[in-house]
Design a protein around this ligand. Structure first.
Ligand code: KG4
Ligand code: ZN
Length: 335
């Protein structure tokens, strides 16, 4: 079965072709980073318009690089949520139109479920059950995954998501959007101990997270100061360390309480190499294996949507054509 994946939940128009027998055949992505850069964040209206313009050319690109044509596609998987309503509607309408014209099924996939299974894109099937730390621009959650489609959220951020905190701190430091990669680069030049920020909620029991206070701490530390490049690098390093150490402490706690043998770390923030290294070590100390998606599939992409769509279609999942996009769509709603 050849599945076309379509991802338009935020600021990337990303498509992919996944073959149930062979695996990933092709994937292509148009990033809107330049479009939104001057506003310091994603402008939903501009995102929707740009998806509309880029879907056809990106589709042509994935077909061409896999040496396939439209009639070879057996099914479509598109992101049905969570995400920006306008952006989701553009992708869903495109998917439904294609599905009608080609007389093939179209299935709405939960974007977060796509992230959860992204490590499967370059290795063998993830063994279930597993514990997942999902850290993206919109979510920070600990999830127990029994199997595809069965999830329990055992902890989450009470305010900002981890990626959101990276983006906001980057904006304060004048680093532009998206902030995560910029902070990671700058942090490499930072000197430790120049600043000290809190490790939020680590002194409280449980697995919930909070990054909004940390962001305010950074804001207060740099308010009304003219920062040199070295100062900015020091702030970037200590901020990253605070996020990473917090996630390490909570991950160890989650592994212990769930007795998990596998920790899957996914979502855009999982592209951070210092975070990967720290979590790998922390999991090993708890006798647990940490797995990550390939770097290119850590942030939003079409391949993870095509993959989950393929697995769901293979087991017979279908949706009626009046499925509506869901800007808020919890993993637990899939159970
Ligand atoms: O999963 P994703 O691509 O989109 C959402 O579903 O939100 O995640 C994007 C988030 C952004 O907040 C971005 O700043 C963050 O992931 N991010 C990173 C890195 N690369 C992307 N955060 C820290 N370090 C990185 N290398
Ligand atoms: Zn995402």
């Amino acid at each position: 079965m050849l599945v076309l994946g379509i991802e338009t939940s935020c600021d990337e128009t990303a498509l992919a072709l996944y073959d149930s027998e062979i695996g990933l055949l092709s994937d292509a992505l148009h990033s809107q980073v330049n479009l939104h850069a001057e506003y310091g964040g994603v402008v939903p209206e501009l995102a929707s318009r740009d998806h509309l313009n880029k879907l056809v050319p990106v589709l042509e690109q994935v077909l061409k690089s896999a040496n396939k044509n439209l009639r070879d596609i057996d099914a479509i998987a598109y992101t049905g949520g969570p995400g920006l309503a306008g952006a989701l509607i553009v992708g869903a309408s495109f998917a439904k139109g294609l599905s009608w014209a080609l007389e093939i099924p179209a299935l709405a996939v939960n974007h977060l479920e796509g992230h959860l299974f992204a490590p499967n894109l370059d290795s063998s099937e993830l063994e279930v059950p597993f514990l997942s730390l999902l850290v993206s621009g919109g979510h920070s959650q600990f999830i127990l995954a029994e199997r595809l489609g069965s999830y329990c959220i055992i902890g989450e951020s009470l305010d900002d998501a981890a990626g959101e905190a990276f983006d906001k701190v980057a904006k304060m430091l004048g680093l532009g959007y998206p902030g995560g990669p910029a902070i990671e680069r700058l942090a490499q030049k930072g000197k430790p101990s120049a600043y000290r920020f809190p490790r939020p909620m680590t002194d409280r029991p449980g697995l919930n997270l909070s990054f909004s206070g940390l962001k305010t701490n950074v804001m207060n530390a740099i308010a009304n100061k003219s920062l040199s490049e070295q100062d900015k690098a020091n702030v970037a390093l200590e901020f990253s360390n605070a996020v990473i150490e917090t996630l390490v402490i909570k991950c160890k706690r989650a592994i212990r309480s769930s007795k998990a043998k596998r920790l899957i770390v996914s979502g855009g923030v999982s592209a951070n190499l210092a975070l990967r290294e720290a979590l790998q070590k922390a999991a090993a100390e708890e006798d647990c294996e940490a797995l990550f998606p390939p770097l290119t599939y850590a942030t939003d992409n079409g391949a993870m949507i095509a993959y989950v769509g393929c697995k769901r279609l293979e087991r017979g999942d279908r949706q009626s054509s009046d499925f509506n996009i869901r800007p808020r769509w919890s993993l637990q709603d899939l159970n």
